[in-house]
Design a protein around this ligand. Sequence first.
Ligand code: UTP
Length: 295
Amino acid sequence: MSKRVRKAIFPVAGLGTRVLPATKAIPKEMLTVVDRPVLQHAVDEAREAGIEHFVFVTGRNKTVIEDHFDMAYELEDTLRRRGKDKEYAALMADLPEAGATSFTRQQAPLGLGHAVWCARDIIGDEPFAVILPDMITLPGARKTRCLAQCLEAYEEHGGNIIAVEEVPMDETHLYGVVSVKEDFGSAFEIGSMVEKPAKGTSPSNLIISGRYILDPKVFEILAKVEKGAGGEIQLTDGMKTLAETQKFFGVRFDGRTCDTGSKLGFLLANVAFALEREDIAPAFKAELKKIMAKI
Ligand code: UTP
């Protein structure tokens, strides 16, 4: 039987250069989609999937992330004194349990593989999730978000899990790509993995999309991985070595994934998430229709 996955790593030490100047003084993970920071959406997904401990790999200029997951006494006191009970209750509901968060610093943004490796001592010897918080997800027909579907596949197949999504073949050179070895429907065994394949060489149009369940053995491997694509220590390179001795499964998430790390993706995420909100959607749709009529 597979060991339970209790901890998730959120690598949040990147520079967010694709959304400058917004990210000059604000971490990109703290930009808001509707009224919640992008990172809060990712933590919501992890909590819903049953994750108990949230490990943030941060960098300089990111202390606001720690503050967001702490109490804000003055604010909370003011809300209570003003009778804003609903707002106060909402803040309390989002607050992680004391001791359920850990923060470590990457020191220099040497790549996603290096960021994950920085959390090795906090994770220890147990399987763990990795959530790229700039990818945020909305449930589809199965009514669960991406990490919950990855954990379901992990319970069924064990091994290591990677969430994937389809892109047009001529965009595959921008991503990590996997191929299908044996298909089980919503999940499949992965044959090969390649980071940013040269145009015309991609093994499929299935890209790695920002949710992983990994065996802790990957830490030993990442410690030895050489710099790869883009001069960074790539998580995909570490996973490729792990795949020589362990199985990897891909999960086709049935909902919607929004990449908030680019300007267009960030705008689309705001639209997609606003349209799912009962309190905002009716007025938002009406305004959108007015804008669309003028385009
Ligand atoms: P990205 O490549 O999307 O983030 O990495 P970035 O480097 O911030 O983006 P741009 O290209 O400059 O706009 C995916 C995730 O991995 C984290 C990022 O914070 C993001 O959440 N990351 C990336 C790290 O924590 N450390 C790194 O060295 C690189």
